[in-house]
Structures are given as structure tokens and as C-alpha cells.
Write a protein that binds this ligand. Structure first.
Ligand SMILES: [Zn+2]
Length: 274
């Protein structure tokens, strides 16, 4: 599933590729991808709008339009946004194609069909529950050790579950939760409430470091993730624990283990994560 670094990579690509373009048409092959408004309304009413910017909040992409409306896309498990200089040739997994007035296009491609598209006025974003309830961005000043410590101290969950909770911090998923906890030297199954203020500080720093590095390497491609040009990321070559079970820990040499925490396959070093 694309997490913050993958969505941020796509955002940066799309900002370069799309700003200034005018939407000339929308082809919809699977109307289930369009959640707000109806697929028919999106097809009829979106054309004519001009793209003024591309943003991101958590794992949501935001394409800002000149009339103060926003096209919001969540890629979920296998969604891809693929840019083409001419009209994209759809295959059976292409569900929506946005065609621009210069004949370039952006295709929404999604094998598992969990990805979602919304188009609504920028003052109505609260209609998207998952977006309205998001916690702070990891790079925001308010995401700091006292914030995390306050959120963790009365919880009965593990620290990994806390990091996966989008209402606590936006954008982390399984890969970057495991990688951040390894860098911070914290076991993923530790009760969140057992973290000290200093551990929260180290964890906040580790999260930002891991995300920055992953953005530098244009994200992690384990299977489906592609950038807007259809290319893979490269951070899978720099993972220290995620899906590395059986290999040596790059910090202490012990064997990386896999356990299940918060219902998710979780990778950690039993020696240097306490
Ligand atoms: Zn280790």
C-alpha cells in the first residue's frame, strides 16, 4: 500500500506535470472508483476546470482546481496514477482517465479496485471522514515528543498500532512503522503507554528520518507502487527490517524476526529493539 513517501513522490511528479493544465474530458470505465459525486456528474461537470496545484494530506492526494474545488484521490492498496503525453490506452485495470486540453492524460489504474476518487468544494472536505479525522503530518511542528507521549500514555495498544492509527499521525503504514521503530530501538509490541518522553522524542525523529530518506529514494516498491511515470521506487533496497526476516540486523548483526502485531506482519530486531 502506498504510504506517505510514495504519495509524496507522486504529488511532486504531478505538481510538475499537471499545474496549468485544463481538464477537457473524463473517461470512466469503473464507476465504483468515484465516491463523490456520482460518476455521471464527474464526467459531465469536471471538464473545463484548470489545475492550480497538487497537495497531499496523509495518504490522500489533492488536485486543486481554479474554482476552489478539489479532486481527491486515495490509492489504497494497489492504485496508481499514470501520466501520459497523449491519451492513455486503457487496459482492464484502468478505471478512470482524465484527459487534458493538450491531449495529455492521467490514468487511474487499480487492480484491487479499493482506490477512491472524490471531487468536492474545498470547504466540504469534512465529507471525507478519513481525511477529516487525520492526525498531524509527521513533519509538522505539532508532531513532537510531548504530543506523542500524551497520545500514548493512556492507550492499551502497542506502539506499532498507535503509529498505524491515522488519527494519531497521518501517512504511516506497515513499512515505515516497522522501519521507524527499528531506528528508534523500540520493540513494535511494546505497550504504547510504556514509552518515556525521551523515547517519544527519538521515535518522532526516527519517523521523520525514515520518511525523508524514503522520499529521496522515491518510495518503496514491493509490488504495485509506481510513480506517475510508471517507474518503481528504490527504498526497498534500503530497508533495514521490513520483510528482512532471517537477515542480519544492520545495527547489531542479530537475526531479524517476524511477528504479528496489530494484525499486521511486523519485522524487528529482538536484540537492539527494547
Ligand atoms: Zn539489531
Amino acid at each position: 500500500m502506498p504510504e506517505l513517501p510514495e504519495v509524496e513522490t507522486i504529488r511532486r511528479d504531478l505538481e510538475t506535470l499537471l499545474v496549468g493544465k485544463k481538464i477537457a474530458g473524463v473517461e470512466i470505465y469503473y464507476s465504483g472508483s468515484v465516491k463523490i459525486p456520482s460518476a455521471a456528474r464527474l464526467r459531465q461537470e469536471l471538464p473545463g476546470r484548470k489545475i492550480t496545484g497538487v497537495g497531499r494530506r496523509g495518504k490522500y492526494l489533492q488536485i486543486f482546481l481554479h474554482d476552489a474545488s478539489v479532486l481527491i484521490i486515495h490509492l489504497r492498496m494497489t492504485g496508481q496514477l499514470l501520466f501520459a503525453k497523449n491519451v492513455f490506452q486503457p487496459d482492464k485495470h484502468t478505471h478512470v482517465i482524465f484527459i487534458f486540453s493538450d491531449s495529455s492524460s492521467l490514468a487511474f489504474h487499480d487492480v484491487r479496485k479499493f482506490g477512491t476518487i472524490y471531487w468536492l468544494p474545498s470547504h466540504s472536505l469534512q465529507l471525507i471522514k478519513g481525511l477529516a479525522s487525520l492526525g498531524p503530518e509527521p513533519f509538522a511542528a505539532e508532531f513532537n515528543e510531548s504530543y506523542l507521549f500524551e497520545r500514548a500514555k493512556n492507550r492499551k495498544t502497542s506502539i506499532k498500532a498507535l503509529l498505524l492509527n491515522q488519527e494519531i499521525v497521518a501517512g504511516l503504514g506497515n513499512i515505515y512503522a516497522d522501519e521507524s521503530l527499528h531506528r528508534a530501538g523500540i520493540r513494535p509490541d511494546r505497550p504504547a503507554a510504556s514509552l518515556t518522553l525521551n523515547e517519544c522524542k527519538i521515535l518522532c525523529q526516527s519517523i521523520c528520518e525514515v520518511l525523508e530518506e524514503a522520499i529521496y529514494w522515491r518510495g518503496t516498491t514491493m509490488s504495485d507502487y509506481r510513480d506517475a511515470a510508471g517507474s518503481s521506487g528504490a527504498f526497498q533496497n534500503h530497508l533495514r527490517v521490513y520483510k528482512q526476516s532471517g537477515k542480519e540486523c544492520p545495527r547489531c548483526g542479530q537475526e531479524i524476526c517476524r511477528i504479528v502485531v496489530a494484525g499486521r506482519g511486523t519485522h524487528y530486531c529482538p536484540a537492539c529493539q527494547k
